[in-house]
Structure formats: C-alpha cells, structure tokens
Unconditional design. Structure first.
Lengths: 182, 182
DNA sequence: TTGCATACTTACTAGTAAGTAAATATCTTT
DNA sequence: AAAGATATTTACTTACTAGTAAGTATGCAA
C-alpha cells in the first residue's frame, strides 16, 4: 500500500471521528495532503469506498488484538480493552462505531453492513471476556454476560462523545463505574 | 407559534436524529412539507438557527419533566427517565445528544454551546436522582453518585445508537444492567 | 379600506459536493 | 531504453448546498 493511500485513510478517519462522515469532503483530505481532489478519487473512487476501508481496517485491528490477547487473563483483557478507549480519549477522538452509528441511516449500504459486522464482533468478544472472568472468579456480577457486555460497550462508546459535549471527563467516571461493577 | 414552524422543527429533528445534522438539507424539509426552500429560511434564517431551536426545545422538555417529577420517589424518577429513552427506541430515534455530539466539532458554535448546557443539566439531574435514592435506601451502589450517573447516561445514550448498528436490542440489555446495578 | 404583519413564492447567487475523462508524470521491470 | 503499471494533474460536469432579494397572497386590526 502506497504512502499517500495510508495518509488519506488516516486523515479521513480522523475527520470522520471528529466531524462525522457527512461533514468532510475530498477537499478536506486533498488540501492538507497537498494533492488534488482527483488524486483522492484515484485511490478511492467513491467516498463510500474510503469509508468502508476505514471500517475494515479498524475491524482488522480489533481482530488482531483479539488474537494477541488470547492467552491473557480476563481482567487483563478488559483492562487492555478499556485502555484502547482511553487512548482515543487522549487524542480527542470518538470511536468509529459512535462516529458512524449515530447517523447510520445516512450511510451508504456497504458502510452500514461492515459497521454492523464489526460491532457484532466486538460485542461477542466482550461477552467472552466477561463469561471467562465469571468462570475464573475474576469478576462477579448478577447480569447475564451479554447484558453486562452491552452495558460496558455502550458506556465506553458514549463516554468519548460525552467527553466532548460536556467538556468534562466522563470517560474516567465510566471507567470507575465499570470496574466497580465487576 | 405557527403550524408550519412546528412541522419544520419536528421534521428537522427527526432527520437530525436518524441521519445527522450534516446529512439533511432544507430541501429534505421543504419537500415533504410541500413548501419552498425559502419558506424554511423565512422561519429559520440559518440552518444553525433551526438546529439551535431544536436543542432548546428539547432542553425545555427535560426541564419540564424535572419539575413534574419533583415529588416522585427516586426509583420512579429513574424508571421514568429510562422510559423516555425506551420511547425513543420505539421510534427508532437516537437521542439528540448522541445524534449531535458524535460530530461535535462540525457543529456551529451556537449549537455546541446549547448542547453542552443541556447535557450538563441532564447529568446533574441524574446525579440528584441517584444521591436521593442512596439516602432513601432505594438504591445501593459503591460508586460516587456522579460516577454512576455518567455510566447510566452514557450507556442509555449509546444503546440507541447500537440498536441500529447491531440490529439487536441493546437498549433492553442496558436497561437490565442498569437496574441490577442499583 | 387602508395598512401592516405574517407567511409564503419566484427567481436567483455563489459556493461546494462527488465524481469522471483524458493527459501527463514517475517509477519499475525487462 | 522501451513498455507497462502506478500515481497524479488538469479540466471539467452535474447536482446540490445554504442563503438572499424582491415580489405576492392572506388575514387582521384600526
């Protein structure tokens, strides 16, 4: 993959995760990268192609982490998972699912599909972490693992959104609440 | 307030909460309402005026509920609060803070400001409900009330987003988890 | 019934959006 | 050095965007 292609992906992802998919244009990408509009279209013919590839590579990143962390303890997995969001917070970025999901109906179909697939994977993963933590007595909670997983994922997702909106550290509160609830 | 003005607000709010602020145009509003583009501009000179008024009236709705529920028990208040989100879910609508907050940086300044104010009010309200519930022994949890409040608000907010993305009933899971955690 | 406010329409502007075709430059391999 | 692939520009189209100026219809009050 060429350098410029990756630069385009990186910048477009940042724009999606700060301003949203519908609020950025190819000009916002071509300008800072000092190339022409048509050069972006050469790499990604349609804006939805660019959008889809950003989702796909994020999905791959998650899949890679899943494999890397395979042998770790449930607590470690959860802490690492939360650390992923903590990193987003430090860059003032909303997570991709939050950035795209809130305007789901406006997204091109190919992006809707890959976004849905990614979110399902992450949900299953979190459920696995929690189930494993229950059986190994590292965690303790009354809900079903899938219910608790949804609470954790949902609260992490919006904590990044609410950080911006409230101009306060919601992520921190949410992190504490999650850990105390296990 | 004239009929058309309210119709414009209602439709625009629905569009914001399904497609996002940047994905709808005055044409999307004027078309279905069978008026011309300029008629929308007559009522709301700028798109950001329309956006701001939608936030302001939502804020007022919350303030009204706050007063209406003043004498209810903390449990009732919380249940009613959750029911508000349940209603959104039944209409397949993301909440306003979620719809706008995820693209916060792209919003006109007047909208950012009123959105921030609204979210702060809701946070304080939820904290009050939880604090009151603790002292009256209706709730039981280890976190600080503001931490728990952030968890609840954050998880409710994204449950509506994730409902769409996952095409599953995340809201239900989150609701169960919240209630079991008190 | 005149006059004014409200609620529009018609007709337009200036700017931006995504996307394309064709030409050109650059790098790579033989 | 020739040929082919890759990367990019120039120049353009079509469509839409928010927004405005000026005119028109309608109701209401003095």
């Amino acid at each position: 993959m060429s350098d410029k292609r990756i630069e385009i992906l990186d910048l477009a992802e940042k724009l999606i995760r700060t301003k949203g998919y519908n609020a950025f244009s190819y000009k916002d990408v071509s300008g800072p990268l000092q190339i022409k509009n048509a050069a972006v279209h050469y790499h990604f013919q349609k804006k939805s192609d660019l959008g889809e590839e950003i989702i796909l590579r994020t999905r791959k990143k998650f899949q890679k982490k899943y494999e890397e962390w395979g042998q770790k303890s449930p607590s470690e997995k959860l802490n690492n998972f939360i650390a992923l969001y903590e990193q987003n917070q430090s860059f003032n970025l909303v997570c991709l699912v939050g950035a795209l999901g809130s305007s789901y109906e406006s997204l091109p179909e190919n992006m809707q599909i890959s976004l849905t697939e990614m979110s399902k994977e992450i949900r299953i993963w979190m459920k696995e972490i929690l189930s494993e933590g229950l059986t190994k007595n590292e965690f303790s909670f009354n809900e079903k693992p899938n219910e608790k997983a949804d609470l954790i994922i949902a609260s992490l997702l919006s904590s990044l959104i609410l950080d911006k909106v409230t101009q306060d550290n919601i992520f921190k509160s949410v992190k504490v609440s999650i850990l105390k609830g296990l």
